[in-house]
Design a protein around this ligand. Sequence first.
Ligand code: HEM
Length: 544
Amino acid sequence: MAFFLSAAFVYVVSLVLLLLLGATRRRRRARAAAKTTRAAGQAQGRLMLPPGSLGLPFLGETLQLYSQNPKIFFASRLKRYGAVFKTHVLGCPCVVVASPEAARTVLVSRAHLFRPTYPPSKERMIGPQALFFHQGDYHLRVRRAVQGWLGPDALRALVPDVEAAVASTLRWWEGRRDGEASTFHTMKRLTFEVGVATIFGRGMPEHVKEELRRNYYIVERGYNCFPVPVVPWTRYSQAIKARKRLGAILSGIMSELRARGGGDLGDDDLLSTLMRCRDDGGAALSDDQVADNALGVLFAAQDTTASVLTWVLKFLHDYPKLLEAVKAEQMAVYEENDGGRLPLTWAQTRTMMPMTNLVILESLRMASIIAFTFREAIEDVEYEGFLIPKGWKVMPLFRYMHHSPEYFEDPHKFDPSRFMVAPKAGTFLPFGSGVHACPGNDLAKLEILVLVHRLVTNYRYVSSPAAAAPGRARGPGPAKRDRSDPPCVACSLGLGYQIPPVPRVTFDAFSSYSSASFWFVDADAGVACFVIDYWQVAGDRAER
Ligand code: HEM
């Protein structure tokens, strides 16, 4: 027996050593390949393109990207070529960068050489004058206005609105029966409410809000569809029409604001802040510019935050000890607020919720809902001896860095305590970096903190027996509160919902709605894929 044990031990140790050796060799080979390419270029007195393959003519490597898990597509090339490589996907030659240094170069230190780039159909849908698509003076001016409005003073005043939106969303969720509302859709309701309060202030009449919501969702449904504008019944055409209606709604609101204020606009929302925004010569933004930016912010704020909220709830559900710790700190706030009778304050969200904050950071890392971004080189750029030609796309891979063992020990483990020590600079970029970094990050965190506070102090997680029935997936959702339960305890979970018939997905456990909607042309399918993927993975785990 002792002999077998020691043989097994020797076998395991040798296997581990061999694996480590293999990984080191692969890394060394990738570095050598990059060095050889660079040296060959230097010898000929010219810059070389980064290593990698441009694949087939026209198609590039798009088929490879779509026919496998994107994570594997990128990981295999990163292993072979190193942290900077070329490829050709979705019709564009592209340089992929996956090191903090390269990401910093593209997004921060030489950001002026790389402009943000989106497909024209997406620009048209959001509004071509929205700040995401610009750089230079116009971008800076609008960004200053948006950033100012999402700064600490504005957020402090916004806490009651976020609390009210959270309370009404949870009340709405509580009343739903199984199958009526997934977590993600419910979180989207919440983020829409908060977005509207932030952009348009408190006084928006309910019927205008409803029109806004109706048209917004039509736009959203068409956002990821193949753009066929001439055929009137496609989702894309419908979305373009709805976008025009949204522009008209905003125009009406602006006229009303002007009429009411006689030109002296109030300052309690983002819309009026944008209307007051002037350039150095004193010229105001046009109504189209204001509308594109207001709707752009609504768009940027919604699915991102709803996605992260969904992941936070999933992780709290999966790690009961963490849930207990989060609940303990939230109950302290609840008690300080006289059993929830007093409103939450900005100061409480900043100082009394350290554990919840760590859970949010770790959820942002694990889910990495914005897996990457795109830029385009506006001239030939030299990076570390390589050429990034003018017009090529550049793709910083955030998720790859967030899941790299080089920067995060045991990266697939959900461990909020890792954030008690700040990560190495430039390795954790859930909100991007540089001139286009997310100005809404504090608002997003505020929404999550307020939701978690309300949820864990008023509800409890339960498992619905219906959820386990064959053909149904168990997902986080509302279960009717059992009045015999002690009040003010944790969160009700356990909705079962019918899985809609959608294509299988090939994501790993930490794919997300946002990336799913990127890979699938249909936004609804994207939502369903996310739900299926996530619960299938949960099921697999339970069987192990
Ligand atoms: C957890 C939620 C969120 C995540 C993960 C997120 C992530 C990001 C990222 C990665 C970028 C940079 C994209 C790039 O460099 O190409 C970005 C930009 C942006 N985000 Fe967010 N975001 C979130 C919530 C919000 C919210 C709540 C708002 C507004 C209320 C917002 C407004 C914006 C805007 C306006 C930009 C463009 C900034 C510019 O181009 O200057 N985001 N976001």
